[in-house]
Structure formats: structure tokens, C-alpha cells
Ligand binder design. Structure first.
Ligand code: UDP
Length: 235
């Protein structure tokens, strides 16, 4: 097995399934089943989940809301998703902990790196909520940050697209998929993988990013069994 400990980044939007807003319980349950299989295969899994299905700080700003206030709402949205995912995983019998970067200690543990690592070693899935705990950041940046902190071997970015293409495959049918690409090539070609803060943090810390389609059943398990799924960004 190539990876022993991974950080899975799920966007909030992915949880919507075919809905326009909020959480699709079926989608959540499919994710939980996949994650369970990976855990049963002996892989340690940490998860960062976004909040875009509920609230994004920039959306608030567009409606005249203070950005920081909006970002606080966005971070709380990630905690709501984290709780939903925790519940779905526990329904599958997977042991979990939710740790949040903003304290809501009646609901979840505060983020403590050493505790997170201990949970992972014990085979518990650790979900990190509230992003980095700071406004003006994204959950992609939180995902890279936590992955580096807990020494994950890679960050797995689950998206709707099955990898990185020469151009947007949803708009251009001639777009070609990369199996492997370097951080430098991504920058030189102006491709978009994550926001720049997240991407640079990953590059500087030599943390590989794997972009793959999380909505295709079995993909996560296949990827972690060594099959060539998605695109690997590496140094
Ligand atoms: N957010 C933040 N700081 C962080 C992470 C997230 O302020 O460290 C806020 C921000 O407003 C963001 C929202 O939480 O718009 C939801 O996160 P994101 O947009 O990254 O979620 P995704 O697009 O993955 O669903």
C-alpha cells in the first residue's frame, strides 16, 4: 500500500448530491460506506470538509455583509457538515472524532494535533471542522495545513471531475487528462487545482495532491489500493 495515512478533502457542495442546498443523506451515506472500506483496509483517514453547500463568506460579502462575519458563518457551516459526516460514519460502525478549529467543546473536541494523531493511530477517522479557524482562508488551505501537521502521506481532493485536464473538461471535450503533473507544471500552465495559498503550502511541504472523482463508486478504495485513479500532483 502506497499511502498509510491520508487526508481526504471533501467540498461542501459534494454533499448536496442533486440538491440545490444542504445535505443529501444518500450521498453522505455513500461516502461513509467508501470511507469505512478504506479504514477496514488499514489506512488512517483524516477528513477536512468544506461548507459551500450551506454558506460561503464571499457570498455574504456580496450581500453587504462584513467578510469576517461571513467567514465565521462559513466555518460554522463546515462544523455542521462535519457533524453530519460523523453521524453517517458512526451509522456504519466507524469510530470517529470531530475536532474543530473554533471551540464548541460541548459538541466537538478542540483541535489538538497530538490528540488527532493518537486517534488516527487507533484507527479512528478524524474530521477537522471550522477550517483553519481564521477568516480569509479556505477549507483547501485547512486541508493542506492539517495534512502537514498530522504527517499525512497525501491529500486526496475529491471532486466532480476525475482529475486535472489541459482545460475544463465540462466545457471542452478535447481536454486531455494528466496522470501525473508537477507543482511547477500546474503553475506554468495556469491550471487550477486549489487556491494559491493551499497550493503553495502543499508544494513547499512536498505534500502530494491527488485530484479524483469522489462521486464514482469505489474510486476512493481503488485509489488507495494503488490503482491509477485521478491525477497526482507531486514535486
Ligand atoms: N472559511 C474560513 N476560514 C477557513 C476555512 C473556511 O473563513 O479556514 C469559511 C469561508 O467563508 C468559506 C467557508 O468557510 O467560504 C466554507 O469553506 P469553503 O468555501 O472552503 O468550502 P467548500 O468550497 O470546500 O465547500
Amino acid at each position: 500500500m502506497q499511502y498509510k495515512r491520508v487526508l481526504l478533502k471533501l467540498s461542501g457542495e459534494a454533499l448536496m448530491g442533486n440538491r440545490q442546498y444542504g445535505i443529501d443523506p444518500e450521498r453522505l451515506s455513500e461516502y461513509a460506506k467508501e470511507i469505512k472500506q478504506v479504514v477496514n483496509n488499514g489506512i488512517e483517514v483524516a477528513i477536512v470538509i468544506g461548507g459551500g453547500n450551506i454558506f460561503r463568506g464571499v457570498a455574504g460579502e456580496g450581500n453587504g455583509m462584513d467578510r469576517v462575519q461571513g467567514d465565521h458563518m462559513g466555518m460554522l457551516a463546515t462544523c455542521i457538515n462535519g457533524l453530519a459526516l460523523q453521524s453517517a460514519l458512526e451509522d456504519e460502525g466507524v469510530h470517529t472524532r470531530l475536532q474543530t478549529a473554533l471551540e464548541i467543546k460541548e459538541v466537538a473536541e478542540p483541535y489538538i494535533k497530538r490528540k488527532a494523531i493518537r486517534h488516527l493511530e487507533k484507527g479512528r477517522v478524524v474530521i477537522f471542522g471550522a477550517g483553519t479557524g481564521n477568516p480569509y482562508f479556505t477549507t483547501d488551505t485547512a486541508a493542506v495545513l492539517r495534512a502537514i501537521e498530522v504527517n499525512a502521506d497525501a491529500i486526496l481532493k475529491g471532486t466532480r471531475v476525475d482529475g486535472i485536464y489541459t482545460s475544463d473538461p465540462e466545457k471542452n471535450k478535447d481536454a486531455i487528462k494528466f496522470e501525473n503533473i508537477t507543482f511547477k507544471e500546474v503553475l506554468d500552465k495556469g491550471l487550477k487545482v486549489m487556491d494559491m495559498t493551499a497550493f503553495t503550502l502543499s508544494e513547499e511541504n512536498k505534500l502530494p495532491i491527488i485530484v479524483f472523482d469522489m462521486n464514482k463508486k469505489g474510486n476512493l478504495v481503488k485509489l488507495l489500493s494503488g490503482e491509477k485513479i485521478g491525477t497526482v500532483v507531486d514535486n
